[in-house]
Design a protein around this ligand. Structure first.
Ligand code: F6P
Length: 342
């Protein structure tokens, strides 16, 4: 194995640069060269790549985003796009590829592996943490920490004004960020896609808190949360990344004000959760994933995704990672409900 290619696809997230740096370091140590493919799969479609060396990847460990750039592409790709990727890959002289990404990027990686036997290894990234086959995807820990800090800050303003604050966090299909940041930040209610909420029960619980003398409440809502009897387009359309549909946080806040008469504000954290410096944990996982991905390539273990199980770095079939979503841990959810009154 002489030439290893790497690309980062889908939504950017903190820790991507840690993976790139680790792949380059480990490859150089093993006598390989690395080609960085720009802007995800688009770089292979447009032949946009450049050599990555130690100097270019030094000093990037603490940088958010990705020095390679990224783009969104969704499987299945049109036949001509798949062929262009395959042809440009062949002409590039790259011997094997590391694809760093979430569900969409890894599905395309799997399609290329199955259709053209392209030698690919996947690295899971997702602030939503919904990829199966791994306990954690990198980027998630940073998002949880950012959301927790925001919840702490919103607590003090909610308390001062005796208001309800609805904090909308990311998580189109799973409520990992909402539950973990909600527990860590002491939220009063956590609403997640996996458990649709009864809005009347929620309003009763909010009023009950007021009767007990708690004149403010903090509600953390995943963007894909469901209200029983209401449609949430962000959760239900299969490719809703770019949707600018009304946000669930706003819908919930309006319903609460209408039903309880309590003054309610909404704070949508949005892309703040994806930007900036990765936590130590995400730098560490990203680095371990990057090194493991090169080891898998050298061992010719293609069609695999690196994964974290407990504290061990392992690998699983890429097909397992994308076959179904990892929904929130039920035990964790029950802990969350112990602190909420619905
Ligand atoms: O990484 C996944 C995610 O963060 C979702 O939770 C969110 O819906 C989506 O990306 C938004 O991405 P963008 O606005 O960059 O398309």
């Amino acid at each position: 194995m002489k030439k290893i290619g790497i690309l980062t696809g889908g939504a950017d997230c903190p820790g991507m640069n840690s993976v790139i740096r680790a792949v380059v370091r480990k490859s150089v140590q093993e006598g390989c060269v690395v080609t960085g493919i720009k802007n995800g799969w688009n770089g292979l479609v447009n032949n946009d790549m450049r050599v990555l060396d130690l100097r270019m990847t030094s000093g990037i460990l603490d940088r958010g985003g990705t020095i390679l750039g990224t783009s969104r592409m969704v499987s299945p790709l049109p036949t001509e796009t798949m062929s262009a990727i395959y042809e440009n890959y062949r002409r590039s002289g790259i011997d094997a590829l590391v694809a760093v990404g979430g569900e969409d990027t890894l599905k395309i990686a799997l399609d290329l592996y199955v259709q053209f036997q392209l030698p690919i290894v996947g690295v899971p990234k997702s602030i939503d943490n919904e990829l199966s086959g791994t306990d954690y995807a990198f980027g998630f820990d940073t998002a949880v920490n950012i959301a927790t800090e925001c919840i702490d800050r919103l607590h003090t303003t909610a308390e001062s004004h005796h208001r309800i604050i609805v904090i909308e966090v990311m998580g189109r299909h799973t409520g990992w960020i909402a539950v973990q940041a909600g527990i860590a930040g002491g939220a009063n209610f956590m609403l997640v896609p996996e458990f649709p909420v009864d809005i009347d029960k929620l309003c009763n619980a909010l009023q009950e808190r007021n009767r007990r003398g708690k004149m403010y409440s903090i509600i953390v809502v995943s963007e894909g949360a469901q209200i029983k009897g209401h449609f949430n387009p962000r959760a239900e359309s299969p490719d809703d990344h770019h949707s600018r549909s009304p946000k669930i946080g706003e819908t919930i806040a309006k319903l609460i004000e209408l039903k309880t008469g309590c003054e309610t504000r909404v704070s949508v954290l949005g892309h703040i959760q994806r930007g900036g410096t990765p936590t130590a944990q995400d730098r560490l996982i990203g680095t371990r994933f990057g090194v493991k991905s090169v080891e898998l390539i050298l061992a010719k273990q293609f069609g695999k995704m690196v994964s974290l199980k407990g504290n061990k770095i392992q690998c699983v079939d890429m097909s397992l990672a994308v076959s179904r979503r990892k929904t929130i841990d039920k035990d964790l959810y029950y802990i969350a409900t112990a602190f909420s009154d619905i």
